[in-house]
Design a binder for this molecule. Structure first.
Ligand code: NAP
Length: 295
């Protein structure tokens, strides 16, 4: 058996088309233009490309976009003052501070300074708390994208055994939490594995759905999964350079091996990655609607 490929590129395209319609309607009917600011401190190449892609996508959808690039030695006070300025800027509905921040800046302090109503990354404790309680909030973008991919691919999650590999605050913990909730793409029985898990293979071998977010290239092999498993591969690992100087990427799952056993699998690149940026746009549109009292 060869797995069906869940294309993040195609699903993201469909969601962006839906968002374009909503953005046009918001402007035409309510004179509302969603606004997003991306703030980058320093010149980490991966962060530069993420921030550029976010601004470009926002503009393509008709979202008002500002991009602030600050030098690596920007003080914490200056960054906090800038966030305060955007918290009070009516044109801006979403504030995104690109992580990681330079070591001299306290990341938590910065994220907590963002108005929870403009926290389109879904990292503020108010939004994290609401997410855990199953209340309306901004869901973190990568887990939100995974839920959409499962739902739009027709993958049943109710009653399934889901094994999440990795316990980061941005992927592992939130996706594990969301999938056990009473919600679409939820109602699963969830196990979360990390480096202290005694027998990870025991868990992956009995999993109906594996979500891998560990950052170790090709970690999950065919002999560690059962026939018909659904694989969501979040990992983005740079494993070399092509002759043209482009990074060669691999996921956390050995795609070539595991696709022969899986029923569904996401590729890297072209899987979860495009969904993350798209869900940021979806959250920004939601923030604009909330600010305008439309939801
Ligand atoms: P992270 O902060 O890098 O942490 C990695 C997690 O994996 C930790 O919880 C670690 O356990 C666990 N881990 C490492 N080796 C393991 C192993 N052999 N078995 C089981 N667990 C293991 O995680 P992250 O930020 O979620 O990133 C994970 C990967 O996803 C990276 O490749 C990242 O680039 C990618 N990513 C992609 C997107 C996207 O949009 N596609 C978004 C976010 C992240 P301990 O806690 O015990 O150390």
């Amino acid at each position: 058996m060869s797995a069906k490929i869940i294309s993040g590129v195609e699903i993201a395209k469909a969601i962006r088309e839906e968002l374009t319609v909503v953005v046009t309607e918001l402007k035409d009917k309510h004179n509302v233009v969603p606004g997003l600011v991306t703030i980058l401190v320093g010149e980490n190449p991966a962060s530069v490309s993420y921030v550029t892609a976010k601004s470009k996508t926002a503009k393509a959808l008709g979202i008002y976009s500002e991009q602030v690039d600050l030098p690596a030695d920007t003080s914490e006070e200056k960054l906090l003052a800038l966030i305060d300025q955007y918290n009070n800027d009516e044109k801006i509905n979403g504030i995104l501070v690109q992580l990681p921040l330079p070591k001299h800046i306290n990341e938590a302090k910065v994220l907590y300074a963002i108005d929870p109503n403009k926290d389109v990354d879904g990292f503020h404790p108010v939004n994290v708390g609401k997410m855990v309680l199953g209340e309306q909030c901004f869901l973190p973008c990568t887990p939100h994208g995974i839920l959409e991919m499962l739902e739009r691919s027709g993958v049943e999650t109710s009653g399934k055994e889901v094994v999440v590999l990795g316990r980061s605050n941005i992927v592992g913990k939130p996706i594990a939490n969301l999938m056990l909730q009473k919600r679409p793409s939820g109602n699963a029985t969830v196990t979360l594995c990390h480096t202290r898990t005694k027998d990870t293979d025991f868990h992956t071998r009995r999993a109906d759905i594996i979500i891998a977010a560990v950052g170790v290239p090709n970690l999950v092999k065919a002999n560690q999964v059962k026939d018909g498993v659904v694989i969501i591969d979040v990992g983005v690992n740079r494993i070399g350079m092509s002759e043209s100087g482009k990074a060669i990427l691999a996921g956390d799952v050995d795609f070539n091996e595991v696709k022969e056993k899986a029923s569904f699998i996401t590729p890297v690149p072209g899987g979860v990655g495009p969904m993350t940026i798209t869900m940021l746009m979806k959250n920004t549109v939601q923030a604009a609607k909330q600010a305008a009292g439309l939801i």
